[in-house]
Design a protein around this ligand. Structure first.
Ligand SMILES: [Fe+2]
Ligand SMILES: [Fe+2]
Length: 160
């Protein structure tokens, strides 16, 4: 039977992979708006995607990676290196969106990179968090990514 889960019952892995899927949906929506020639929608959805991705990285770096660093420094360093790379790619793509020259191939490649990053974290960070990390570490992370966006209206405004 489906029951509403409390934070104590929810696993890091489920929450974080759901957030990755939501990020992928947003980026897919950017691509669709781009293909449809709707520049306003591209910019609005991109802004939302950018904000949510940076919040996701920040939550991981604040709540999970410091603890992983002490038990498995190489794994933590690998994830941090991927975050650095993905942040740089986010800036590149964001500049393309601002200039209306976002490259569809680049956007699709970014989805692939994010997907690979999520799979990597699933194998290392999230399973480790559910198996090893204390509630005092897991719960603030879950709350950080689970909090509803305070300004999600941007993507819904597509008036011409
Ligand atoms: Fe990450
Ligand atoms: Fe992640």
């Amino acid at each position: 039977m489906a029951q509403p889960a409390t934070h104590e019952e929810v696993h890091v892995r489920a929450i974080m992979m759901a957030d990755h899927q939501e990020l992928e949906r947003l980026l897919d929506a950017v691509i669709q708006a781009f293909e449809g020639g709707d520049r306003e929608a591209v910019a609005a959805i991109w802004t939302r995607f950018d904000r949510q991705l940076l919040a996701h990285f920040a939550a991981e770096e604040r709540h999970l990676i410091p603890t992983l660093l002490s038990s498995s420094p190489r794994a933590a360093a690998a994830i941090l290196a991927e975050h650095r790379h993905l942040r740089a790619r986010l800036v590149e793509l964001g500049a393309g969106v601002d200039l209306h020259i976002v490259n569809l191939r680049m956007a699709r490649a970014f989805i692939d990179e994010l997907r690979a990053h999520a799979a990597h974290e699933d194998r290392t960070l999230y399973r480790w968090a559910d198996e090893q990390a204390a509630d005092s570490i897991r719960l603030p992370l879950i709350q950080a990514v689970d909090a509803p966006s305070t300004d999600s209206s941007a993507a819904s405004n597509s008036s011409t």
